[in-house]
Ligand binder design. Structure first.
Ligand code: GLN
Length: 380
């Protein structure tokens, strides 16, 4: 393996899902729904395939999808963007993250992450030769330590990466936090890369895109995807919205990473994004019921459960059960209890910081969630 990746292992999500299968355990680890996406979107994909929309798509996206994304961005943020010059379709948000970093970061540039961070950020920054600084969000509220953030910014800081609603903590960045980050970026000429794939799973707070703050659009790449909102994580349709000068670098990387994204799925995605508001309301209502089952179950089992405002994840402290760290706890949970969660120490530069924390997901049907909580209450 190349030096730039030698410190990375198989992703924790893959490891945990394999263990779930091996031990026949209930998988509340990797965040993928065990129910299907909406019929009207699946039908749209079948139609697109039958209609012969099967050859390479335009590199930066099928025109109908670029405009559907621009329309949704306008609705969500109030910002009018040019679908041809400022929207790029990618193979999932993970590719958007890679194209952003590889297209806009030079070796030696400093990039600030908030820990715990989604695993692909660090791996891709490593591929780009970036210097990573991290600022840790701590329980119970995972608030941004603003003074510490200011102290890690230097002349070499090129970008700050945000993820709101935040995986794995469920934290949502508040307007005040985003305003401080914005003024820091404007003062020091720093870019913001923001991953907002859980924006429609905002339960306890209002989702705010940092691009909508004054002076920020011109320095922000906003990334999103179809998978979480439409329960279609396997389709791998993502996108980025950014001003033309940033889109240029982004598209250079995208052209040589994947060139283009699945044509029929892009057509179906354009239909999905034009869904009525009632679709999003129902999605949230269903997820709130699931969340309640998980949170009550985890509390009843004896975990310290931290409040989660958005995403379909909940962070807990497992230390009441007396295990050495998150890995040993998760091993016991799989083999002796029959439930899979995600140990979080891999999401920190210093793994010690995550050793008391594990993440559970509630993107499963209610029967599965109840069965898992019954096992946890019984066997822990
Ligand atoms: N985003 C999903 C999660 O956090 C996992 C995606 C993956 O397996 N790479 O669970």
């Amino acid at each position: 393996v190349a030096k730039r990746l030698e410190n990375f292992k198989t992703t924790i999500f893959t490891q945990m899902s394999l263990l779930a299968i091996k031990h026949g355990a209930i998988n509340l680890g990797q965040g993928f729904p065990n129910f299907d996406g909406p019929e009207f979107v699946k039908e749209a994909a079948i139609e697109a395939i039958k209609e012969g929309k099967n050859q390479y798509a335009r590199g930066y996206g099928v025109p109908e999808l670029n405009s559907a994304i621009a329309e949704r961005f306008k609705k969500d943020t109030g910002l009018q963007v040019n679908p041809e010059k400022e929207v790029t379709v990618t193979s999932g948000c993970t590719e958007a993250i890679a194209a952003t970093i590889l297209g806009l970061i030079n070796p030696g540039d400093e990039v600030v992450l908030f820990a715990p961070f989604y695993d692909s950020y660090l791996a891709t920054l490593s591929m780009a030769g970036a210097e990573v600084k991290s600022v840790t969000l701590c329980p119970p509220d995972f608030a941004v330590p603003l003074d510490e953030l200011k102290s890690v910014v230097t002349k070499k800081t090129r970008a700050i990466m945000i993820n709101t609603p935040h995986n794995p903590t469920g934290k949502m960045f508040s307007r005040e936090e985003l305003e401080v980050i914005a003024s820091l970026c404007i003062e020091n000429d720093i870019l913001v890369f923001t991953d907002e794939v859980y924006d429609k799973l905002a339960f306890e707070a209002e989702h705010i895109s940092i691009a909508s703050l004054p002076g920020m659009y011109e320095r922000t790449v906003t990334m999103n995807s179809l998978g979480k909102t439409f329960s279609l994580t396997g389709w791998k349709i993502g996108w980025a919205v950014a001003p033309p000068h940033l889109t240029w670098g982004f598209r250079q990387a995208h052209s040589f990473l994947t060139f283009s994204t699945s044509t029929p799925m892009q057509w179906a995605a354009s239909v999905a994004l034009r869904a009525a508001d009632t679709y999003y309301e129902e999605l949230k209502r269903d997820y709130l019921a699931k969340k309640a089952i998980l949170v009550e179950g985890l509390k009843a089992a004896g975990f310290i459960v931290y409040p989660s405002s958005g995403t379909y994840f909940v962070m807990v402290d497992h230390t009441p059960f007396g295990f050495e760290n998150d890995i040993t706890f998760c091993e016991y949970l799989i083999t002796e209890v029959g439930v899979v969660a995600i140990p979080t120490s891999v999401f920190y530069l210093n793994p010690e910081e995550g050793k008391s924390l594990v993440r559970f997901t509630f993107c499963k049907d209610e029967h599965t969630l109840r069965a898992a909580m019954k096992l946890a209450c019984f066997a822990l």
